[in-house]
Design a protein around this ligand. Structure first.
Ligand SMILES: [Zn+2]
Length: 249
């Protein structure tokens, strides 16, 4: 076991409250590409901002086509050892709150306890009606779209949208406040598989640090906080997290 893993495991064991933020790098070992990376989907599609989705049927069709491309990938993906290590740490009360930027639902499917999980950018596993804000599981609504129906609509007449946060759509204020408050109060903040460039959620790290917490970054990519973090690990998360988990529990 490397010294850096040992040191982080010790800090994790000694901390009373650990808060974790996860990003795309956690799910790439599960076969879900990082859409922001070079060659990723964001280079080929112009994302549909929420006001356009609400205003035009053609924008809604573009959006559903664009979301459909990743749906099969997500359905076929399985949680990897890093997801399972985090679920085990939470089950043993070693994670107070986990905030994820991922929308793939793999934390839920790894058995991570829902009451300790915040999907800050929403979830692809559900759809939300843009009129009455009802929510339903994605599968049956996706099937209607794929069967050649027009953009699927809720019983109230409003259009369904996969329940991720779109461009031009605000984060859920209560979720953001819960994330920042947990960061403010924790003793150890751990960022996993995120390059910490997407705001405002990347502010969890400086907020945690200002509150006196130790900080750790586990990701292969560079981040703007590499020089200030107490622990910096670049090894693959699907290897590092299970090894750290074993040492903590
Ligand atoms: Zn509705």
């Amino acid at each position: 076991m490397s010294d850096s893993r040992t040191a982080l495991a010790r800090a994790w064991r000694e901390a009373e409250s650990v808060v974790v933020l996860t990003g795309a790098g956690l799910s790439t070992p599960s076969g879900i590409p990082d859409f922001r990376s070079p060659g990723g989907r964001w280079e080929r599609y112009r994302p549909v901002p929420l006001p356009e989705f609400l205003a035009h049927e053609s924008a809604r069709e573009t959006y559903w086509r664009y979301k459909g491309e990743t749906w099969q990938v997500i359905c076929e993906a399985e949680p990897n050892p890093a997801h399972r290590a985090l679920a085990e740490l939470a089950a043993q009360d070693r994670i107070e709150l986990l905030v994820t930027q991922n929308v793939d639902g793999l934390h839920e499917r790894s058995g991570f306890p829902n009451e300790r999980l915040v999907n800050i950018h929403g979830s692809d596993a559900n759809v939300e009606c843009m009129a009455c804000h009802a929510r339903e599981p994605r599968g049956p609504v996706q099937a209607r779209w794929e069967a050649g129906e027009a953009v699927p609509r809720c019983a109230c007449g409003g259009p369904w949208k996969p329940a991720t946060i779109s461009f031009g759509q605000s984060l859920v204020a209560a979720d953001l406040e819960r994330a920042l408050e947990a960061a403010r109060r924790c003793d150890l903040f751990v960022a996993v598989g995120t390059s910490l460039v997407v705001g405002p959620i990347n502010q969890m790290l400086p907020v945690a640090q200002a509150g006196g917490a130790a900080t750790a970054i586990l990701t292969a990519s560079e981040t703007p906080y590499d020089d200030v973090a107490d622990h910096r690990l670049a090894d693959p998360v699907e290897l590092a997290l299970p090894a750290i988990c074993t040492r903590v529990l």
